[in-house]
Design a protein around this ligand. Structure first.
Ligand SMILES: [Zn+2]
Length: 272
């Protein structure tokens, strides 16, 4: 019923479907995905939902057609100038100006390659995000948030785009096996945790570093899970995420890594 032609990313589709139905759409989103073209397609289909005659990105009404052909007056794409890879301040100014067109209904501005903004561009965008945005929807497309100002990241609602909703599908190699192992029954009864960590994270120097890496992956994955949950199912996932974040703080406060690992196991096995 929502974004019908975009394959995969079911959790993100459900997340936006729910936000639209409950009228809880934010003013700014950060779509984080490894495939820039797929992220652009997703953003385009999302924009259609707001103007589609059937409110579902039908793909055949006049609004969907004009968004598809990039000539809808209220949906605008921005990105690096032709032949360049950096998003400059003029591009960001054009993007931000869409927030001022308040008399013409919702304005959607989509900034591709937002992680390629130079410093003046990033500061200009930050200024816009700090102001009330009125009836504008700003969508930033990035492959990762690493190069963005943390103040920009914190002012946007992050949505991760990738295939597969299973927490284990996004863990790589040894870490994936590690989670399987931790989730197996009687793990601590038959396994010496220090040895297990050494096998699960062979490249990490020391137990504390290995547990920190495990926690970082778990926190990231539980955050992604939140986008796939609805209503009352959300509470247990949020509690687990909270517990994992607290454990990460415990580790930073010098609580024994073995103890933290045992608590991780309890959270994963029994919930927070
Ligand atoms: Zn339509």
């Amino acid at each position: 019923m929502f974004l019908p032609i975009v394959p995969g990313n079911e959790a993100a589709k459900r997340f936006f479907g729910r936000a639209v139905i409950l009228e809880r759409v934010s003013h700014s989103y950060l779509l984080v995905g490894p495939d820039a073209a797929a992220s652009k397609l997703f953003a385009r289909e999302l924009a259609k939902v707001f103007y589609c005659a059937e409110s579902r990105a039908c793909g055949s009404c006049s609004a969907c057609a004009s968004i598809e052909h990039s000539n809808h007056p209220n949906v605008n794409f921005f990105g690096p100038p032709a032949g360049k890879s950096v998003v400059d301040i003029d591009t960001v100014r054009g993007f931000c100006e869409r927030t001022h067109y308040r008399s013409n209904g919702l304005q959607i501005a989509i900034l591709e390659h937002a992680d390629q903004m130079n410093e003046p561009a990033a500061n200009a965008l930050l200024k816009t995000l700090e102001e009330p945005l009125g009836s504008a929807l700003l969508i930033l497309l990035v492959q990762s948030t690493g190069s963005l100002l943390s103040t920009i990241v914190s002012r946007c609602h992050r949505v991760y785009l990738r295939g597969g909703d299973d927490v284990r599908s996004v863990l790589s190699g040894s870490a994936k096996e590690a989670i399987e192992e931790v989730l197996s029954p009687h793990f601590f009864a038959r396994c010496e945790s220090r040895g297990w960590l050494g096998r699960a994270f062979p490249d990490e120097d020391g137990v504390r570093t290995a547990v920190r890496k495990l926690l970082a992956e778990l926190v990231e994955d539980w955050r992604a899970r939140i986008h796939g949950q609805e209503g009352c199912e959300l509470d247990p996932v949020l509690r687990c995420l909270e517990a994992l974040i607290e454990l990460r703080q415990d580790l930073d406060r010098n609580v024994s890594p073995e103890l933290v690992l045992e608590r991780i196991w309890r959270v994963l096995r029994h919930g927070a």
